[in-house]
Design a protein around this ligand. Sequence first.
Ligand code: NAD
Length: 259
Amino acid sequence: FDFRDKSAVITGGGSGIGKAAAALFAQAGARVAIIGRDLSDLEKAAEEMSFGAEHKVYCVAADVSDATEMADAIQAIGGKFGGIDIVVANAGINGVWAPLEELEVDEWNTTIGINLRGTFLTVKLALPFLKRRGGSVIVISSINGTRVFSNSGATAYSCSKAAQVAFCKMTALELAKDKIRVNAVCPGAIETNIDDSTERRGLQDLHLPVEFPDGDVPLTGGGPGRPEQVAQLIAFLASDASAHITGTEIYIEGAQSLL
Ligand code: NAD
């Protein structure tokens, strides 16, 4: 990939899939900005992916669910780079996985707020910059948006991920005239630390009628995919190689969802 004349913004770019994507863009010559909640975490990650002072990855602290913080962040990045060409709405949490009766309203709101409102804010606020010369938006959804696994109880998460796909389709249609493409990437299990903060409650009470396979990936013979593999797909969707692709979702899951 060659992104030498491009500027990219990646939310949640300090770890996992976002970090792998940011590193790939930086390596391919793009000006890269990463957004996350903790500036020192971002700077640590940026240190590992920057190539000299000229290609220093720019770090901006913001909570993607906070409209004011995100407006300031995107404004700072768009101003510094003189435009934005690539937006990767990647920040997300698993949140609380629990039976519906036990899922608190606040817990629902937190998951939807970060995964869905965060996507909305990221893309909406970047639009004035994207519109200057067209661009590519890549939203990181999940196979969970369209497929139920044994990680049942992930109702809020799955709804947020399904809605991200709908968001891509609606906005792809609306923004086609501006030469802005919007696509969703739907990963299966990928080796990151996202699960560390998942809170699972009362799932044994669900008494599901069948056992769903969990985490078995036919293509690897078991284990999860790697963030770098997802980054390759993100880069493809950001590049001119995918110039005619918009409003679609692409799965990257090693046949996991065919089980
Ligand atoms: P991760 O935890 O490494 O990455 C998520 C990033 O988002 C972190 O850097 C985190 O700090 C950031 N973040 C969380 N809440 C935020 C907020 N309010 N404001 C700003 N930043 C915030 O995990 P990951 O697996 O790399 O996740 C990236 C995306 O991939 C998520 O949207 C996730 O739903 C999706 N995904 C992951 C998998 C998987 O198996 N790892 C599968 C399908 C989809």
